[in-house]
Design a protein around this ligand. Sequence first.
Ligand code: UD1
Length: 341
Amino acid sequence: MEVLITGGTGYIGSHTVVEFQQAGYDVVVVDNLENSQADVIDHIEKITGTRPHFEIGDIRDKQALNNIFEMYPEIKHVVHFAAYKAVGESVQQPLKYYENNIGGTINLLEILQERHIQNFVFSSSCTVYGEVDKLPVTEDTPVVKAMSPYGNTKKICEEVLYDQSKISNLKVVSLRYFNPVGAHDSGLIGELPVGIPNNLAPFITQTAIGKRQSLTVFGNDYPTPDGTCVRDYIHVVDLAKAHVKAIQFLMHGKYHDHFNVFNIGTGRGNSVLEVIESFEKVSGQKLNYKIGPRREGDVVQIYSACEKATNILGWKAERDLDNCMESAWKWERHLKDLSKS
Ligand code: UD1
């Protein structure tokens, strides 16, 4: 029951390590710590009572990766998060994204093929759907030309995985995440954005705690009920649990194809203003925000149909938006306490 989690000290990765440990798996984490910190491993240990194995390594370095598989010959499953994820940066530095996100995935797949390791869960994104005509989005919605190199790496990796699953014994679940938010109930792990956050939830909590002056709502003239964009905000703990279900499905499930995609969202759309309202309610804080111009590249609205994940993986989101904002706020306050001590 040994599972390798690449990018396991990152935001979604760390929550996923916790869920696998709590489900009884022995976890090996590999991370290059470029966008995360080593003490995440201590915090995971505090939550679960078990320290995951941890190796500092870069997925671009195939030899280093191979050494990790040599050290842990019991690895049977791989959950692959390690990737760059900043949309804007990917536009400025596309090669960096293609090399790490695609090159790293290929290194990993070559090793899996050599070692006959079959079960692979990939961290994909609803960004592969682009702007859609019909909501909620099902997995049958065609994948479109990506709006950024980051999005393109997710699309290309899915294609690479599909092709590889056709000619080898590789079995893949690709999870298309909607908008991950929130943090672990313990307040010990959460999102640690480097620099100014691009994403809404950390920008809200950083504004409320005083790290940022004010939040700008990117546009209120969209054709949505309150004029602001609509997204499907999924609690990171719910999202993490989907990865355990995905591995269990690959081990025991009934499937025809060796490549399977699932939407991982709540099935609910919330506007930017609704997210702010939820935050204000659960935190008791008045948020300083203003309405600004639209952000280039934003889709107007997207939310998931997640019946496929429910019916086939036996997974369903359990937490609501208030819970997302409450845990995100608890985490932000924990970070403040840490910076004082
Ligand atoms: C973004 C990425 C997506 C990626 C996801 C990872 C883009 C175009 N898409 O999704 O590919 O998978 O992050 O989490 O960047 N907003 C504000 N003010 C802010 C920040 C955000 O109003 O300061 C609004 C945005 O306009 C959007 C919503 O909040 O409507 C969510 O934004 P964000 O958290 O950045 O996620 P996405 O853009 O949906």
